[in-house]
Design a protein around this ligand. Sequence first.
Ligand code: GLA
Length: 428
Amino acid sequence: MPETTDGRPAAPLWLPAWTAEEGAQRVRDLFDRTFDGPAPDGVWSAPGRVNVIGEHTDYNAGVCLPTALPHRTYVALRRRDDDVVRIASAQTSEPWRVRLADVAPGAVEGWGSYVAGVAWALREAGHAVGGFDAVVDSCVPFGASLSSSAALECAFAVALDDVFGLGLGGDDAGRTQLVAACIRAENEIAGAATGGLDQSAALLCRAGSALLLDFRPGLAPQEHAVPTPFDLATAGLTLLVIDTRAPHQLVDGQYAARRTSCEQAASILGVPTLRDVTPEGLKDALTALAEHDEDGVLRRRVRHVVTETARAAELAELVRGGLGADGSPDAAVVARAGALMTASHASLRDDYEVTVRETDLSVDTSLAAGAIGARMTGGGFGGSTIALVRADAVEDVAAAVRAAFADAGLAAPAFLQAPPSASAGRDA
Ligand code: GLA
């Protein structure tokens, strides 16, 4: 156990979520300090997410199972009568300004592109969105693969929906249109070629539930996103999130390279997406890829995607059954759920090659300290891991990971509790 200078063991660093009142107060105060004139029209917020399982499946038309974090990004916003956007953030000293007429793919840069991108995408979809003054503050850790970017986009999506009267935020069908706008903002204006997992989680999750997302094209909204009650507390379990503090950056080449390999493999196999390769058809698909794939990269990527969707579907089924045979949690079912999570991590490490030393160490240490299952969550190349832990073992697992990082000479990780929380909405 590492020690502080006064000889006491160093305690794990916990990152609590703000209450809605605290978040709202922070952005109201920041708004007052930043802008002259009337008070904001309101305060809105959107959550970060953890993905329980189903990684790098969204852009392969596969399945994943996120929950919304209690950690949220808050926005105070006032509508303007022109098309000027002025935004400021507690997390950066750089205020940001643009005219919406000047927003286009490749034309804007910086953190504000995620915000202006949402307004741009809503306008592209035919909605009458104009300029606004806004400020942002957040307790979603940044660069931790907990979807701080989607939380930013989605908080603005619900704010703009409200103040410009678009009428989309009230049901899942409308929110699905907001999801689409946020994905376009991220892909086309911010320049990150991500799938739709994060934005769907931030706009469609329910408190107390995981969200079973199926990205097969052509599904109706209620088939695409199915809230699935996920009551870990009654099962005596906790989902522990470990922000390894290993830097994580999606707007770089690695994520896009994974996506391109998947598209290339699908095209060689003559299928629209890798969802069309079934677990039963995997062996034949790998054989067919062999002659185009000297170094085995495409085969490893395909093996991950196909097995990951199968694992995600199986875990979703276990969650739907209450992690038990007869509606009450059952140790064998919980153990199977943990095993699926751990197998997901091995696949991401060995076949998809998106884990790093810190995420591997965090997972291995969590398991050695008694976690029932553990895996990296999100895009990878750093970021966070999650561990399914008995509620009475949470502190021990956190202390073990804290100690292992100190022994390895790594920066101290941070820890979050992640009860499944609510999606984006108006706070005040
Ligand atoms: C990031 C992307 C998502 C998804 C995950 C990996 O979070 O934003 O679209 O691809 O990585 O599952």
